[in-house]
Design a protein around this ligand. Structure first.
Ligand code: 13P
Ligand code: SF4
Length: 311
């Protein structure tokens, strides 16, 4: 068999998309060749919001599992497929529903706010979901004063700082990659690029956020960099965003806060995975993402609340 170019694979995917009526949603961390063939791209909030709006009966998610689960919860009647079922966010399963309920009861049955990077089982025991771009607004809009914020204590600490009127409680969860960025790495990046503005994701340690000129979700970081008059930026989120920004803003310079900030789960999906799943959908043999019936209503409620309070 002769080797095909990425362009040829992309053309085949576009043809399969037409035949199957599949809508492809891809997180901004995916590679440029995947973003090019996707119908909807963006951060977790945009993918959640758009998954509920598209007319397509079949959705294919390129990202990590909780994004496909979120699409299923918002579209129970649609067929949802994962481009690569091995892609899972380690943070999404850091706690069991039992651990969360135990902590909630110990705190006098306070409200539970779940970062969208959680399994459907964790969403089902939570009151409302948030994404990194909507967390502050939603927590501010909640009637409750005391909140157990799961699972990311770094994002939680950022929300607490922005909402001093609330009392947030945390567990020691978080992103193993954003959370591992060190102050020494932040200082070294600043020393190497003294003119650059530092833009970081709130999943980073609070000490890193404190060094930043801007703290925000993927969409916020990208928007800030595009609109800013500054010419150089240190990017404190997944390294793919450095490459995407460099492609979109060729007159500006982007540097990673550290070359270690790579999410292996976000890297596993390839164009060939997407092509294979589309071929299976066309042949009627693709495996749909399904969730237990008992989780659907309570986990969906948590997402509906997110869209109501943060939309
Ligand atoms: P966003 O909410 O910014 O898309 O972040 C998702 C994520 O997994 C960050 O690591
Ligand atoms: Fe999960 Fe971190 Fe990867 Fe985002 S970067 S998907 S939070 S492991």
């Amino acid at each position: 068999m002769t080797a095909r170019t990425l362009y040829e694979v992309q053309q085949h995917i576009l043809q399969l998309k037409k035949e199957t009526g599949v809508c492809i949603l891809a997180h901004s961390y995916q590679s440029p060749e995947i973003l090019e063939i996707a119908d909807i791209t963006g951060d977790s909030y945009r993918l959640s919001a758009m998954a509920g709006k598209t007319d397509a009966a079949r959705l294919l998610l390129c990202g990590v599992r909780f994004m496909a689960e979120t699409a299923k919860l918002l579209n129970p009647q649609k067929q949802i497929y994962e481009a690569n079922p091995n892609a899972g966010c380690p943070m999404a399963e850091q706690f069991s529903p039992e651990e969360i309920l135990e902590k909630k009861h110990a705190l006098g049955d306070c409200a539970v706010v779940a970062y969208v990077n959680t399994s459907a089982a964790l969403k089902a025991v939570s009151d409302v979901c948030v994404t990194s771009s909507s967390a502050v607004e939603i927590v501010r809009n909640m009637p409750q004063q005391e909140i157990l914020f799961i699972p990311d204590c770094n994002l939680g600490a950022y929300v607490q700082q922005q909402c001093p009127e609330k009392k947030l409680h945390f567990l020691k969860g978080g992103c193993p990659y954003h959370g591992a960025v060190t102050v020494a790495e932040g200082q070294a990046a600043k020393a190497a690029h003294p003119e650059a503005l530092m833009l970081v994701h709130p999943e980073c340690n609070p000490a890193i956020s404190a060094m930043a000129d801007y703290v925000g979700a993927t969409s916020g970081i990208m928007q800030f960099a595009k609109q800013s008059d500054a010419k150089e930026f240190i990017i404190g989120t997944e390294i793919s965003i450095v490459m995407h920004l460099a492609l979109e803003c060729p007159k500006k310079r982007f540097y990673p806060i550290t070359s270690r900030l790579i999410c292996p789960d976000m890297r596993v999906t390839t164009l060939m995975d997407i092509e294979r799943v589309l071929e299976q959908i066309a042949a009627g043999s693709a495996e749909e993402l399904l969730l237990p019936d008992a989780l659907m209503a309570p986990a969906r409620h948590c997402l509906d609340e997110m869209l109501r309070l943060g939309g």
